[in-house]
Ligand binder design. Structure first.
Ligand SMILES: *[C@@H]1O[C@H](CO)[C@@H](O)[C@H](O)[C@H]1NC(C)=O
Length: 254
């Protein structure tokens, strides 16, 4: 499977620089390059590119992001290996987007030339199909753009926050998200993630998995009671994803 392949050949989900996994719930600066699969999806306005969404490197040439991050006709690029957006750190790699594959429920970008995997750029692992995380499983997100509009400027440096999983039976209660949350989604915490960015959860094998793609948040406030952040659940689409990125396997096993 694509999951096995990514573990064997790309050591997915095992960052060279370990992230800080203490239990700080509010935002804190992430250890630089400790989430090497986190990418910045940037859209071209005039002659410049601007950060529009987060995303996840899931294969040598594939990036996963949210459907609402993509507008037909816009020109995108992917920046990998970034920690401080306000500075050239020498670890950044910039790639054009060659192809965008749209699922009715989500999108995936194909990065034109694969990035070079090293200590600041590496993929996360995809979960097994239909894997469901237990209530309160600790996961992490990158704090992002959404926080920004409500609470001042976007932090230049990558920040992270701990978000415990909220199981479907709780998240879908009528006084929580109700019918807005579908079985194909996963809820976590109450903080505000970077749109399109990953919900990073450590598996029992010690690897980091992208268990969700930021989908929607409460528009009212951060940390609103009973309104956790809602993610598209990656494991609901593992089979489709494997099909789309099958070219990775074909490339290596012809
Ligand atoms: C990783 O590769 C990029 C592109 O070649 C390079 O700029 C960077 O210095 C390398 N090493 C690290 C630790 O980022």
């Amino acid at each position: 499977t694509i999951q096995m392949f990514m573990k064997m050949f790309y050591g997915c989900g095992t960052p060279a620089v370990k992230p800080n996994t203490n239990r700080v719930v509010n935002g804190e600066d992430a250890v630089p390059h400790s989430w090497p699969w986190q990418i910045s999806l940037q859209v071209k306005h005039g002659s410049r590119f601007h950060h529009t969404c987060g995303g996840t490197l899931i294969g040598p040439r594939w990036v996963l992001t949210a459907g609402h991050c993509i507008w037909p006709g816009d020109v995108y690029r992917v920046v990998l290996g970034e920690h401080d957006m306000s500075q050239q750190e020498g670890t950044e790699q910039i790639r054009d987007v060659l192809r965008i594959v749209v699922h009715p429920l989500w999108d995936i970008d194909h990065v034109g030339d694969g990035p070079i995997m090293n200590d600041s750029v590496g993929p996360a692992c995809l979960p097994e199909a239909e894997e469901i995380l237990a209530h309160r499983t600790p996961c992490y997100i990158r704090l992002g753009a959404f926080l920004v509009s409500a609470h001042g400027p976007m932090p230049d440096k990558l920040q992270q926050a701990l978000l415990p999983v909220v199981e479907y039976s709780v998240c879908s209660r009528s006084d929580w998200w109700g019918i807005n949350v579908k079985q194909t989604m996963i809820c976590a915490g109450g903080d505000v993630g970077d749109s399109g960015g990953p919900l990073n959860c450590m598996g029992q094998d010690g690897r980091w998995y992208v268990q969700g793609v930021t989908s929607f948040v409460s528009s009212r406030t951060c940390n609103e009671v009973k309104k956790p952040t809602v993610f598209t659940r990656t494991s609901a689409f593992t089979d489709w994803l494997s099909e789309v990125s099958e070219s990775i396997l074909k490339l290596f096993f012809i």
